[in-house]
Structure formats: C-alpha cells, structure tokens
Design a protein around this ligand. Structure first.
Ligand SMILES: NC(=O)c1ccc[n+]([C@@H]2O[C@H](COP(=O)([O-])OP(=O)(O)OC[C@H]3O[C@@H](n4cnc5c(N)ncnc54)[C@H](OP(=O)(O)O)[C@@H]3O)[C@@H](O)[C@H]2O)c1
Length: 296
C-alpha cells in the first residue's frame, strides 16, 4: 500500500522499517528530522511536513501522546486537513478514549476513514514484527489495513466498530501490566530481603503458576533491578494510567489499584525517573524495604 508513517520513536522507527521491508511504499515524517535518515536508507520516502505523508491510501500515526496526535492530526495543515476523501488514518499510538472519539468525528466530517489500532509489545517485539494489534473501526476500513497489520504484528484482533473501543481495551491492558509490575515488585522485594535468589524465584513463578509473557519480561527486569535504557518510559506509563483513570471516571468505574499506580509513577517522576523504563515501578517496593535494587 502507499502509506505515510508519522512518528519514528522507539516503536514507530521499527514499525515503519517493517512496512518498507514488506514492500509497502512508505513516506515517513518525524518532528526531529534526523530520525528519518535510517528509514530513507532502507528505501522510505521523506516527508518534509505532515502533508507530504498524507498523499497515499493511508497514513499511520505512532506518536507519544494525545498532545502530539492532536497537533499532527487536527492542526490546520494536519492530517484531517490534508488527507484525500476516502483515505484512512490508522492511529496506533496509545491515546485517550476522548481524543479517539474526536478524531473519528473529524475524519467522518472530512469524508475520511479512521481506524484505531493500538498495540501490545515493546520495541523488540515491534522490530521482530511480533506486535499484537487491537483494531476498531468500520470493518471494511479495518480489512483494507490488513496488509499493513500483517507486516507489523503476529496477531490482529478486531474489537468493534467504534474506534475508541480499541483505545479503551489498550488502556485497560496497560493498567493490568502496571498492576503486574507493582505486584511482582512487592513479591520480589519480600523474598529478596529474606536472601532468596530473585532470579531463581522469578524462574520458579514463570515456570509454574505464572507462565505468561508479562511475568517473564517484567519479573526478569525487576530481579535485575536494571531499568535503563528504557523500552517504554515512565512518562508514557504515567500517561497511560492517567488515561485509564480518566476513562474510568467518565464511566463511573472506581479503580483503586489504578489510583495507587498513578501515585507510584508520580513518585518516580518526582524523583527524576523520566528516563527509566516503566518497570522501575517494580523497584519501588525494594526501595521501601531498604534494599534498593536500582542499577544503571
Ligand atoms: N515503547 C513501548 O514499549 C510501547 C509499546 C506499546 C505502545 N506504545 C505507545 O506507542 C506510542 C509511541 O511510543 P514510543 O515508545 O515509540 O515513544 P517515543 O520513543 O517517545 O517516541 C515518541 C514519538 O512521538 C513524537 N512526538 C512527541 N511529541 C510530539 C509532538 N508534540 N509533535 C510531533 N511529534 C511528537 C516524537 O518525535 P521526536 O522524535 O521529534 O521527539 C517521536 O516520534 C506511545 O503512544 C506509547 O504509549 C509504546
């Protein structure tokens, strides 16, 4: 497909590269132009501005947060203003339910199509084209995107016709991951302070009662106590818990564990943790116990 790709951060750079490798005709834009270079060397075309990435059948956004997506999509010279009628905006960032609804409406009014397709999987999964993609939107539009999703992930799961449903599901998933990180951190602090080998403990858990990817990945990181370099940063984790809580407030769903996690991320940010991986939340229990495992 002839597609634009906007946002070449940790995730987007790997995803855009996989689209090029799969033979799609990809035009890339990133706010900081130096990040475009590696993609151009792979065979992507360069967009000097957002509008140049909006000339194809579809444009994908993989940007940090609501502010970035709103700027790129809704500004006068943004995606809604530049995409042709009938073309698609595929929003793969983790954004709020409210912004997803606003984008769906703006694209519909402009005669364009909008699909929400947030992803599970860290940059290593993105590089290996092993993402899990949750999609929502008009089923015909989602079907048109299939060749793109096939190049980016190992599984694509449609969740409904209303794009914001995919964003809510993604936020609920990140809430669960953060809860697992906090729970693992507390359990590992407990056994670690007693002198039990933390890695042996994680191996035991993940080969018996918790044989799941999240426990393997985050249990290992917490046992290592090594939270840099970040694959998914503390500010992005803080953003996602905040967005989950905002959706919960709108729907009147109390999430006491979500509120606790919000404060855990806030504590890391207050203590200069912007550059840490979000799994650093799992190191706080050990700090509280006076046996900090943080290493750099
Ligand atoms: N990392 C993960 O493990 C992971 C997993 C699943 C989902 N996600 C989600 O995927 C999205 C991207 O994550 P990431 O880890 O790739 O983030 P990242 O490495 O921080 O990259 C963020 C991207 O957004 C751009 N950006 C930020 N603010 C902008 C603005 N105001 N205007 C235009 N561009 C702006 C950045 O441009 P510059 O290069 O110019 O700064 C960069 O291209 C986020 O929504 C995140 O929650 C991440």
């Amino acid at each position: 497909m002839k597609t634009g790709f906007i946002g070449l951060g940790r995730m987007g750079s790997a995803m855009a590269a996989n689209l090029v490798k799969a033979g799609h005709d990809v035009t890339v834009f990133n706010r900081s132009p130096e990040k475009r270079r590696a993609l151009l060397e792979l065979g992507a075309h360069e967009a000097a501005q957002v509008a140049d990435a909006c000339r194809g059948d579809a444009v994908i956004t993989m940007l940090a947060d609501d502010t970035a997506v709103a700027q790129v999509a809704l500004a006068d010279d943004g995606i809604v203003g530049k995409l042709r009628r009938g073309a698609l905006h595929v929003s793969m960032s983790t954004i709020s339910v409210a912004l997803s609804k606003k984008l769906a409406q703006a694209h519909a009014e402009a005669g364009q199509r909008f699909v929400a397709a947030p992803v599970f999987g860290r940059p290593d999964a993105a590089a290996a084209a092993k993402l899990f993609i949750v999609t929502a939107g008009d089923p015909t539009a989602v079907e048109v995107c299939k060749p793109l999703f096939d190049a980016l992930g190992q599984k694509t799961v449609p969740i409904g016709a209303e794009p914001a449903a995919a964003n809510l599901v993604k936020l609920s998933g990140n809430f669960l991951l953060a809860a697992a990180i906090e729970a693992l951190g507390e359990a590992i602090a407990l056994v670690g302070k007693a002198g039990i080998d933390r890695h042996a403990y994680v191996d035991l858990l993940t080969s018996t009662i918790f044989p799941v990817p999240a426990y393997k990945t985050y249990g290992g990181l917490i046992a290592d106590g090594k939270f840099q370099p970040a694959a998914f940063t503390v500010p992005l984790g803080y953003k996602d818990i905040g967005l989950a809580l905002a959706a919960a407030e709108t729907l009147r769903v109390p999430m006491p564990l979500g509120s606790l996690l919000h404060d855990r991320f806030l504590r890391l940010l207050a203590q200069g943790g912007e550059r840490l991986d979000w799994s650093a939340v799992g190191g706080l229990a050990a700090q509280d116990a006076g046996v900090s495992t943080f290493t750099s």
